[in-house]
Write a protein that binds this ligand. Sequence first.
Ligand code: ZN
Length: 390
Amino acid sequence: MSLPPLVEAAAGLTPQEVRRYSRHLIIPDVAMTGQKRLKNARVLAVGAGGLGSPVLMYLAAAGVGTLGVIDFDVVDESNLQRQIIHGQSDVGRPKAESARDAINEINPYVQVRLHTERLDSSNAFDIFAGYDLIVDGTDNFATRYLVNDACVLLGKPYVWGSIYRFDGQASVFWAEYGPCYRCLYPEPPPPGMVPSCAEGGVLGVLCASIGSIQATEAVKVLIGTGEPLVGRLLVYDALEMSYRDIKVRKDPECPICGKNPTITELQDYEAFCGVISDEAMHAAQGSTLTASELAEMRSRGEKFVLVDVREPAEFEIVRIPDSVLIPKGELPSRMSELPLDQPVILYCKSGVRSAESLAMLKAAGFSTAKHVQGGVTAWSLQVDRSLPVY
Ligand code: ZN
């Protein structure tokens, strides 16, 4: 299925632009008209991170006339392994500003618009209204549903990508011509079930593989050439080095793009997706220690068993001393290893997985179990600053 061009062509190209874009201009499927459409195009990248980096850099180089960057975060050293739009000297700077400088360096003909606020239901319509197409590179479900719903309600195409370890996915959601994100994923995963890249890791170059697919799709949709990933989910496995193409159909019962939509305005997406399950929230009430409190218990010589519920690779990076490793997934089958006569204290990286594990332990009768708020990260920041934070 080929689709009509999304953007009208600009009046013309300057001689400098002709020189710059000559390798596009001699492709029959792009040519002068396609390049003039790119010049007129306005694309918003949600997030200047792992996926946003290659997307913004290639769309800038390609001559997309207006690029918007929405990001409220600052560049952290742990971003540089994959977020190639930022460099060493950008650490500590707002990502949006760092991305703008990189774009200006790649192509001074691009107009860059920065949005340094956090995208939410109150500002999404206003921000999206200024763009033809939205490219999403965020890694949280609340933002994905928000971007999807805003795009459906405004009738804009949504170029989506997702990355985790060696696995990537990409698609183009455009309700006018195919399914939306909710047709593919009607419900967010239960809180705590799907680890983020910060918890599970991501191969740096995977961002380039998926981000370049997103940039390619954006160009195709803008100029109306080829077969976009509308109604198709591309699944990439970098370990196998394979791409699979899965058909996705529009769900007639979809609450936002189906026959009888029930969602007609933006929602509370944090509440819809949840950060932590109700069970975990309940279990953690009154059973949460700070890292400093844990250190004080140690220095008082109190007896307890400290259990790390992260994965072995994380345990190898940094751990709280004298802890045993029982990954969250193994906890149900390894509860017999835990003592009944001493309190069990759980920790993970940030306190989400440990809270979920705490709910499991409490349900199994470990009524004195507790967990550490902020996990090993809090320990590294508050108790032993010689330990690394990952
Ligand atoms: Zn839908």
